[in-house]
Design a protein around this ligand. Structure first.
Ligand code: SF4
Length: 264
């Protein structure tokens, strides 16, 4: 459990959404701290794409523009180095590894073709860590990593997030998204940003870009809702299994008793 002391507990968006999806999986991961038994291939692909985009922008910051071919070569090298057939799980039976590898390549092609030479905004941070106290007593902290923090030519600060899943979110979904709302609160607190902040989602597999913004009162509501969720998590005793279609992607599927797994 990532915490700085018994009183101060640090939450991330993924930790919160893990509880919302299934308290039982949350229990395995964050209470018992059992390392995942597997990693879904979609998550594996997403990590490779994120790492390559981060590296791409680090080159661009140094004044060097890698070719698309070089970017793709790096992706395939990373894939080969990191791929562990015994650990990576393909939930969709019968789908070959090459399908996901090609999807990763597609993500990078889309992003590169849409944004090269990557000078639409100035990069302020890559994998930028944000961390801030959520409540007035400083009991709970939110931590996260922003894929890319940038500033547009008009001075607007932008929080960019890459999504590699097959289905882009709707405008309504991004308008209500908690993850980037929390990042915005963090950026405002950490860097003292007072003006407008643009939230930008890159659904790279389908080459869709969506943007949204928040009012200060919307951010306050996110803060309150998140605190209420954390209080629910902290008072949870049973951690019930929540069966659903997402079980097929669960990292603890093999051991989950609700799915006939090995845990008694
Ligand atoms: S297999 Fe399903 S019910 Fe079991 S822990 Fe995972 S998500 Fe929860």
């Amino acid at each position: 459990l990532p915490q700085t002391s018994a009183e101060k507990r640090t939450y991330s968006h993924s930790r919160l959404s893990c509880f919302e999806k299934c308290p039982k999986a949350f229990h395995y991961r964050y209470v018992l701290e059992i390392p995942p038994d597997t990693e879904g291939i979609e998550a594996f692909m997403g990590k490779r794409v994120h790492a390559v985009l981060e590296r791409l922008f680090r080159h661009v910051e140094k004044g060097h523009l890698p070719s698309l071919d070089a970017v793709l070569k790096r992706f395939h090298n990373d894939w080969d180095e990191a791929f562990r057939p015994d650990f990576i799980r393909i939930a969709r039976n019968g789908t070959p590894v090459t399908f996901y590898r090609e999807n990763g390549e597609k993500c990078l092609r889309h992003y590169y073709r849409r944004h090269a030479p990557f000078n639409q905004s100035q990069t302020l941070g890559l994998e930028e860590k944000i961390s801030f106290g959520l409540d007035p007593d400083g009991q709970y902290f939110i931590q996260g990593f922003i894929d890319r923090l940038a500033q547009a030519p008009d001075g607007t600060v932008e929080i960019h997030d890459y999504k590699t899943g097959a289905r882009p979110a709707s405008q309504r979904e991004v308008d209500n998204d908690r993850q980037l709302s929390l990042y915005e609160i963090g950026v405002r607190e950490q860097f003292g940003v007072k003006g407008e902040i643009r939230l930008v989602w890159h659904f790279v597999q389908k080459d869709v870009v969506l943007t949204s913004s928040r009012t200060l009162s919307q951010l306050e509501k996110v803060r309150d809702d998140t605190l209420a969720l954390i209080e629910r998590i902290e008072s949870e005793k049973v951690y019930p299994a929540k069966l659903g279609p997402l079980c097929n992607w669960c990292e603890y599927l093999e051991r989950c008793p609700a799915k006939g797994g090995s845990d008694s």
